[in-house]
Ligand binder design. Structure first.
Ligand SMILES: [Zn+2]
Length: 102
């Protein structure tokens, strides 16, 4: 007997729930202004169960030479890197259509 997926009820080998989850992943890149007029680039929507957020934020910080933090499924980068974040994420293997820059 094969395992049954709890979401769709199909045997695991026929189940596409995980694929759908990946494709429906929606990454949002936006700018937030915080106190003292500081600008942050916020990246949300990345599934922290699939992606090592600490590692990704480290790479982003290195790429943009800025400070930043990773909390659960949210990355905050100091400064405005909106224009460059998307192409960097695509280079990292994320789907272009999954990334929305606000
Ligand atoms: Zn399923």
């Amino acid at each position: 007997m094969s395992e049954i997926c709890a979401i769709c009820g199909l045997p695991k080998e026929l189940c596409v729930c995980e694929t759908i989850a990946k494709e429906s992943q929606k990454i949002i890149v936006k700018i937030e202004k915080k106190k003292f007029g500081k600008t942050y680039t916020i990246i949300t929507g990345i599934d922290d169960k699939e992606i090592n957020m600490k590692d990704l934020s480290k790479k982003l910080k290195k790429e943009f030479a800025c400070g930043g933090t990773a909390k659960e499924n949210k990355i905050e980068l100091q400064g405005d890197h909106k224009k460059k974040v998307k192409s960097f994420l695509v280079k990292m293997g994320f789907a272009t259509e999954a990334i929305e820059v606000k």
